[in-house]
Write a protein of this length. Structure first.
Length: 141
């Protein structure tokens, strides 16, 4: 398991029948479940949610999302001024964002009705054991 946030490139193939969108380099061997997050507006912030053990992979189905990330230094009381990283994902980029264990994320839709497909490497029965939530204004933006 890597400690590095990375983008896995995808693409799209067009022919007379239509199009196929793909991310062929995304190895899903570790994936145990998936869910879809939908934002109805561009004001809502979803975060800061962190996972000490679980990793996540994000793929935009519709619209786009600003994904802010911070590596947690202390799970009970993280520093409020940790360095933030930001990644913009859109349906046009066809990329999967891999977020290793140890990070908190905050999501904001860039368009109304944006939908984000999220893959996780643990089943739902594990979710309550690895779920850390901090207020949306906890980290200095």
């Amino acid at each position: 398991m890597t400690d590095t946030i990375n983008l896995i490139a995808g693409g799209i193939h067009h022919d007379t029948r239509g199009a196929i969108e793909f991310v062929n380099e995304f190895d899903m061997a570790q994936v145990k479940r998936f869910y879809i997050i939908k934002h109805n507006d561009v004001e809502t912030l979803r975060g800061w949610r962190a996972h000490r053990i679980e990793q996540r992979w994000f793929y935009v189905l519709n619209g786009g999302f600003r994904v802010q990330l911070v590596k947690i230094d202390n799970w009970n009381s993280p520093s409020r001024n940790l360095p933030l990283k930001e990644q913009i994902l859109t349906e046009a980029t066809k990329e999967v964002l891999h977020i290793p264990a140890g990070y908190a994320t905050c999501l904001k839709a860039l368009e109304e009705g944006s939908r984000l497909l999220v893959f996780a490497d643990f089943g739902i029965d594990h979710a309550n054991n690895d779920n850390y939530l901090y207020p949306t204004d906890y980290f200095i933006l």
